[in-house]
Design a binder for this molecule. Structure first.
Ligand code: FES
Ligand SMILES: [Fe+2]
Length: 397
């Protein structure tokens, strides 16, 4: 379709065959958090407008395959995991680890050799299960050197928000003193209240943003330290640093490296897979993991109920419980603004300002690449730097 010029609104649909769906599918994407899938269990997932079954074989290896049984369409996730394969609950057809049908127990004359379900290349990394859903050979699996350093790696409870993925992509840094105001006051984080500005530029991997206090040209990191930088890896991965918010570790001047994959579930909802690296090890690392996970996993069960109450006007963000962890209150604060914008935020009716530079650049890169894809032209081969970005950011590398 040479010459087709997509507009920004054309980038919202994500299903198979759509321009955005095709672009996303040319990269590995996370589909589920590893700890949410025990060995011998299967779950249905939806990602990029496509339903899938994710299961962990009895050998502990994660697999991604078709959502439905090819016999009569029963979801395979309600069947049984057997060895490294699956058996359908309806009539017992069995599929091996390669997706090949090996048993049709009710039929003497069977045609198992002709039945095969798709199996997608699958990898587990930093606590997440990734799949490659595109055509042909998958690209090399991308690793992030910042997450491959010694320290604690934690994958947070996956956030699924009932709004399109652009609502999160467009989440600029100038929202922080407003959206996160309640948390800033509750936790005494005065730095969060500073008005800020950001300069952004394209890089070989996507873009980098430099933040500074509004009105100060470049603050050299005085106000925000390493937190002044945001990196974005095309097509959908954001890396930044934030002071550790785990209870009992707040005063330690520790920074989490946060890497967030924003993945569309479908056209009007998205998932955020949030992984942090924190540079502590041994017993202290263990204590940190316990402090973070106990509270966060528990609070995740009810956090969206609270967010919906705020959206309904039944409570305000200032009324969140005093002892709520800051990871949870941050998530609730972002939920109410992004979900509140609408399932597909009224794009096209926006009034973009100079402070929207980040999203203007991101939209430009996306449009350029997706237009190249549908025109059959070469796309940018994005390159993740080989050295951890935190070394360069802290002046050590
Ligand atoms: S529907 Fe799966 S075996 Fe019949
Ligand atoms: Fe936020």
């Amino acid at each position: 379709m040479a010459g087709a010029r997509l507009q920004f609104a054309d980038l919202e649909p994500v299903g198979p065959g759509t321009p955005t769906g095709r672009y996303f599918r040319s990269f590995w994407q996370p589909v589920l958090r590893g700890k949410d899938l025990r060995a011998g269990r299967a779950r249905p997932v939806e990602i990029l407008g496509e339903k899938l079954t994710v299961y962990r074989g009895e050998d502990g290896v994660a697999n991604v395959t078709a959502f439905r049984c090819p016999h009569r369409g029963t979801p395979l996730s309600i069947g049984w995991v057997e060895g490294d394969g699956l058996r359908c609950r309806y009539h017992g057809w069995k599929f091996d680890g390669a997706g090949q049908c090996t048993e049709q127990p009710n039929d003497d004359e069977n045609f198992t050799h002709r039945i095969r379900i798709p199996k997608y290349p699958t990898q587990e990394y930093v606590g997440l299960i990734f799949a490659y859903l595109g055509d042909g050979e998958p690209p090399p699996f991308p690793r992030y050197p910042d997450l491959d350093q010694p320290g604690v790696i934690l994958a947070d409870p996956v956030e699924v928000l009932p709004c399109g993925f652009w609502n999160r992509f467009d989440n600029d840094h100038s929202h922080i003193p407003w959206v996160h105001r309640a948390t800033a006051f509750r936790t005494g984080r005065k730095d969060l209240l500073l008005l800020r500005q950001e300069d952004v530029e394209e890089t070989p991997y996507g873009w980098i943003g430099y933040r500074s206090v509004k009105g100060e040209k470049a603050d050299g990191g005085r106000a925000f330290g390493i937190g002044r930088l945001t990196h974005f890896f095309m097509p959908n991965v954001r890396l930044f640093w934030a002071p550790t918010r785990a209870k009992g570790f707040e005063g330690r001047k520790l920074f989490d490296t946060k890497v967030v994959w924003t993945v569309p579930v479908n056209d009007t909802s998205h998932a955020a897979f949030d992984v942090t690296h924190t540079p502590i090890e041994g017993d202290e690392g263990q204590a940190y993991i316990e402090s973070r996970t106990r509270q966060q996993e528990q609070e995740a069960e009810t956090r969206w109920d609270l967010a919906e109450k705020v959206l309904a006007g039944d409570m305000t963000l200032e009324e969140l419980p005093d002892d709520m962890g800051a990871y949870t209150s941050f998530a609730i604060e972002d939920y109410v603004t992004q979900v509140g914008q609408g399932p597909i935020a009224g794009r096209g009716r926006e009034a973009l300002a100079k402070s929207d530079a980040r999203l203007i650049l991101l939209r430009k890169l996306w449009l350029r690449e997706v237009n190249a894809l549908i025109d059959g032209m070469p796309m940018t081969q994005w390159k993740i730097p080989e050295k951890p970005l935190n070394l360069a950011a802290s002046g050590q590398g």
